[in-house]
Write a protein that binds this ligand. Structure first.
Ligand code: NI
Length: 168
């Protein structure tokens, strides 16, 4: 396994639609392993292949107790509800903004061996899946931000969330 370089927003790969994966081979598995290592190293919630310079329809998320999940050739089947919250991206380091997204998503994708599965996600998982899916279409969350936040505002929000969690 090896760390891959995370592209920042000036890179053209982040603004192009990614192509489907057709070979479920060792090369794909190596890429997925490298992406997992890169995501963990960056302490991120999700990572899409275009962010490491690979224009293929692949992303990973690691947001809840389900652990790391790999999505290959994903299709959004349905979305519902609405959530409003802070979002960031490993390709836009140090930036945070408010984005409205559906609160629920149902998605279909292939695993690393090509088997199809369906998965549902709410709240943070839904936000993360939709954010990563946008990367495969060449879109960044910054296009959807309605209010940018300062670092102080973001720290205050995270601290408030942690306190609320501890109080539960
Ligand atoms: Ni991102």
């Amino acid at each position: 396994m090896a760390l891959r370089t995370i592209m920042t927003q000036e890179q053209p790969t982040l603004h192009k639609a990614a192509r489907p994966v057709t070979n479920f081979d060792q090369r794909l598995h190596d890429l997925l392993d490298d992406m997992a290592e890169t995501l963990a190293d960056a302490n991120g919630a999700g990572l899409a292949a275009p962010q490491v310079g690979i224009l293929r329809r692949i992303f990973l998320i690691d947001v809840d107790d389900r652990g790391l999940i790999e999505f290959i050739n994903p299709e959004i089947l349905e979305t519902s509800g609405e959530q409003d919250g802070v979002e960031g991206c490993l390709s836009l380091p140090g930036q945070w903004g408010m984005v409205k997204r559906p609160n629920h998503v149902k998605i279909r994708a292939q695993d690393r061996d090509g088997a199809w599965f369906e998965l549902e996600g709410d709240e943070l998982a839904a936000r993360c899946i939709l954010h990563e899916y946008d990367h495969l279409e060449g879109h960044l969350y910054s296009e959807k931000v309605y209010k940018w936040l300062s670092e102080e505002e973001v720290s205050a929000m995270f601290e408030a969330a942690e306190e609320a969690e501890e109080a539960e």
